[in-house]
Write a protein that binds this ligand. Structure first.
Ligand SMILES: Nc1ncnc2c1ncn2[C@@H]1O[C@H](COP(=O)(O)OP(=O)(O)OP(=O)(O)O)[C@@H](O)[C@H]1O
Length: 606
C-alpha cells in the first residue's frame, strides 16, 4: 500500500492531531502507522499507545487492520492497545472507584438488569411519546437517581454511569492523570464525532498530559447517541489547537467504484450521474412474497459472486431499516417463499430478550438446591418481561410480568392451604414445562443440553416459554471454544451436574461485553442499518419495506428508510444514516426498493 500525501502529513505531524475524512478515506489505517512510528521512536518500556473505540465491532476491525499491516513488525504491533471506552472505564472504576464514593466491590449492572431495575419507574411515567417535556425530564431524573443509588449503595454500576464516574476521577486527581499519561503517552480516539459530554470531559482531562489523535468524520455522526454534539470537533480545536489533516472524500475501501461518490450525492440530494460503478438499484413488486423472493434471489447472486471470487472469509451484509425487518428477513431466509433454498446467515438482533431468556435456560439446566427452584423460574420469567424491551419496555410486557407475579402468589396461596391450584392459572402451563425440563436427561455436553432445554421450552404448552425458547436461538456465545461452554463443561465435571449454570451464564455475558477477540462478521449477515456503522463488507444489500395498498391508496408504509417514505421526513440524519449504509460495501452495494413507491432519497431533491 502506498500512503497518500495527506497520510504522510499525518505521520510527520507533532502534538495533538485531528484527522478528518469520509468513509474509507484511510483514517484508521494511518493512525495504526502513526502509532507504530511512535512506538518505535518515543515509547519507554512498559508504555503503550491506547486506541479507544466505542464498540467492540470497531475494536475487532482495528485489531484486524493491525494484523493486516505487514510492514509493521510484531513487537511494535504489541505496543498498540485497542480497547473500548467501556472496558477502559471499568478497569479504572474497579481500581479507583472508591475515590469517588463507590463501594470497593463493584459489579456491572448489565443493560437487561438495568431495564428490570428501572421498569417500575418507567411504568409509573408511561411511554415517552405521551409525556410532556417536563415529564420526560422528571422521568430521566428519577431514572438517574435510581441508577446512582444502585451504584453508590449496592455497587452495581450500569454502563451509562461509567463515563460520569471516570470523569469525576480524572478531574479530581492530577496524580491519576499523570499516572495515566505515563502508561499511555498517546491516545487515539476513534469516531471522535460521536463523543458525548461525559466522555468529552474525560478526553479534556487526559489530554492535559497525554497526546491525543482524534479521528473523525463529521458526516458519520450517529444521532442515536445521546449527547453527541455537532460542535464536538470545534471543542477539540479550541481546547487543544491540534494539527489538522483532512482526507476529504477519498475512498480506498471501495477503490475502483463510485460508491463513495454516490454516498456524497445522497447527502447533497442531487445525482451527478445516471448510474454509478458499484451501485445497483433495483425495484421489487410491493407484496410480501414478491419482495422476499427478490431479496432471496439478489442474495443468492451476490453470494455466488463472492464464492466465485475465491476469498475465504467473504462477507455480505443485508441492511434493513428496522428491528422487526431484521427478524422478518431472518425468518424468510430460514424458509424462503416458493420452496427456494434456505440461506445460512446470522442475524444481529437486540440482545436484551435473548440474554434474559438464556438465564431461564441456564436456571432449568441447573439442579435445584432447594424448594424455591420453581419460584425462582417465575421470577426470572417476570424479569424477562420487565427487561426484554431494553430501554423501551412496552406496557403490555410489564403487565405480563405483574400478572405472572400475581398468579404465582395465588398459586402458592392455594398450595399453602392444601387446595389444588386453579388449573386455568397461567402458572399451570409454566409448571407443566418445568416438569418436562426436570425430566429431561442431561449429558454434560453444554451444547447438547442447551438444545435439549430449548426444545423443551419450544415444544411445551406455555406460549411465554415458547417465546423464550425462540429468543435464545440468537445466542452465539455457546460457540465452540467459548468461555461459557468451557465453564459449563467444568461445572459438570466438578459436580456431575450443572450447579452454577445461572451464575456462569451471567458472568459469560459480562465477559462477552468486554471480549475483543471477536472476528468481524463473515458470511451472510442481516442487521439494522444503524448497526452497520464502523463496519465493512465485501457486498451490501440494502432492503426496505413496501407500502400496503388498498383501492390504489397507500394505507400504511412500514419499515422504510425514510419514515413513511414521506419527503417531509427527510432530515439530515436520515441522509447521513443512508450514506453510512451505502458506503459499507467494498465492491458493490445493491439497493432494493418497492416499485410502486421507491425510496424518496433516490429521487433527488427536484
Ligand atoms: N493509501 C492507501 N492505499 C490503498 N488502500 C488504503 C490506503 N489507506 C487505506 N487503505 C485501505 O482502505 C480501506 C479503508 O481504510 P480505513 O479503514 O483506514 O478508512 P477509515 O477512514 O477509517 O474508514 P471509516 O471512517 O469508514 O471507518 C482499508 O481496507 C485500508 O486497508
Amino acid at each position: 500500500m502506498e500512503l497518500t500525501e495527506k497520510q504522510q502529513d499525518v505521520l510527520a505531524a507533532g502534538g495533538h492531531l485531528l484527522v478528518t475524512g469520509g468513509p474509507g478515506s484511510g483514517k484508521t489505517t494511518i493512525s495504526i502507522h502513526k502509532a507504530a512510528g511512535i512506538a518505535a521512536r518515543d515509547l519507554r518500556p512498559g508504555q503503550q499507545v491506547l486506541f479507544l473505540s466505542f464498540a467492540r465491532a470497531s475494536v475487532s476491525r482495528v485489531v484486524e487492520a493491525i494484523e493486516y499491516e505487514q510492514q509493521i513488525p510484531r513487537q511494535l504491533k504489541s505496543r498498540i492497545e485497542v480497547e473500548t471506552y467501556h472496558s477502559l472505564f471499568w478497569r479504572l472504576l474497579k481500581t479507583h472507584g472508591y475515590l469517588v464514593g463507590l463501594p470497593r466491590r463493584l459489579t456491572i449492572l448489565t443493560p437487561p438488569s438495568e431495564a428490570i431495575a428501572l421498569s417500575a419507574i418507567r411504568l409509573g411515567f408511561g411511554a415517552d411519546s405521551a409525556l410532556s417535556d417536563a415529564e420526560r425530564a422528571a422521568k430521566h431524573a428519577a431514572e438517574n437517581t435510581e441508577r446512582r443509588r444502585l451504584a453508590e449503595q449496592e455497587g452495581r454500576v450500569c454502563f451509562d454511569l461509567f463515563a460520569t464516574y471516570v470523569g469525576d476521577l480524572f478531574t479530581g486527581s492530577e496524580r491519576l492523570r499523570r499516572l495515566f499519561a505515563t502508561m499511555y503517552p498517546v491516545v487515539i480516539l476513534d469516531e471522535f464525532q460521536d463523543t458525548n459530554a461525559a466522555q468529552w470531559r474525560i478526553v479534556e482531562a487526559i489530554g492535559q498530559f497525554s497526546r491525543l489523535i482524534a479521528l473523525a468524520d463529521p458526516e458519520q455522526r450517529i444521532f442515536d447517541f445521546i449527547g453527541a454534539d455537532p460542535e464536538r470537533l470545534n471543542h477539540f480545536r479550541e481546547k487543544f489547537a491540534p494539527v489538522e489533516v483532512d482526507f476529504g472524500t477519498t475512498n480506498h475501501r471501495s477503490a475502483g467504484t463510485e460508491i463513495g461518490l454516490f454516498g456524497n450525492d445522497i447527502l447533497k440530494g442531487t445525482f451527478q450521474k445516471s448510474s454509478y460503478v458499484g451501485i445497483d438499484c433495483q425495484v421489487f413488486e410491493p407484496y410480501p412474497d414478491a419482495a422476499m423472493s427478490k431479496l432471496v434471489t439478489t442474495t443468492y447472486a451476490a453470494r455466488g459472486r463472492l464464492v466465485a471470487g475465491g476469498k475465504a472469509d467473504w462477507s455480505l451484509a443485508v441492511l434493513v431499516p428496522t428491528r422487526k425487518m431484521t427478524r422478518l428477513v431472518s425468518d424468510s431466509f430460514r424458509s424462503p417463499p416458493a420452496g427456494m433454498a434456505p440461506i445460512v446467515h446470522t442475524a444481529v438482533v437486540e440482545m436484551d430478550a435473548a440474554i434474559l431468556g438464556a438465564e431461564i435456560v441456564a436456571h432449568l439446566l441447573q439442579t435445584p438446591r432447594d424448594s424455591k427452584h420453581f419460584g425462582h423460574l417465575i421470577e426470572l420469567l417476570c424479569s424477562y418481561y420487565r427487561g426484554k424491551g431494553g430501554e423501551k419496555p412496552t406496557n403490555g410486557a410489564l403487565k405480563q410480568a405483574d400478572d405472572l407475579a400475581k398468579a404465582h402468589e395465588k398459586w402458592n396461596a392455594a398450595l399453602a392451604s392444601g387446595k389444588a391450584p386453579n388449573s386455568k392459572s397461567v402458572i399451570k402451563a409454566v409448571s407443566t414445562v418445568y416438569e418436562a425440563a426436570r425430566a429431561a436427561v442431561l449429558t454434560g455436553d453444554p451444547d447438547k443440553d442447551w438444545r435439549t432445554m430449548r426444545a423443551v421450552l419450544e415444544g411445551g404448552p406455555c406460549p411465554r416459554l415458547r417465546e423464550v425458547g425462540s429468543e435464545v436461538r440468537n445466542i452465539r456465545i455457546l460457540e465452540r471454544g467459548s468461555q461459557l461452554r468451557q465453564s459449563l463443561t467444568q461445572d459438570w465435571r466438578d459436580n456431575g451436574a450443572y450447579l452454577n449454570a445461572l451464575e456462569i451464564v451471567r458472568q459469560a455475558f459480562v465477559q462477552d461485553h468486554f471480549a475483543t477477540g471477536i472476528k468481524p462478521e463473515t458470511g451472510v449477515v442481516i442487521m439494522n442499518m444503524h448497526k452497520a456503522k464502523g463496519k465493512q463488507f465485501d457486498e451490501v444489500i440494502i432492503f426496505e419495506g413496501w407500502p400496503v395498498i388498498r383501492n390504489r391508496k397507500i394505507i400504511a408504509n412500514p419499515h422504510r428508510i425514510v419514515r413513511d417514505n414521506d419527503r417531509k421526513q427527510i432530515a439530515e440524519d436520515v441522509r447521513q444514516n443512508f450514506r453510512v449504509s451505502v458506503t459499507r460495501g467494498r465492491q458493490r452495494t445493491t439497493i432494493l426498493t418497492p416499485k410502486a413507491d421507491p425510496c424518496v432519497l433516490l429521487l433527488g431533491n427536484s
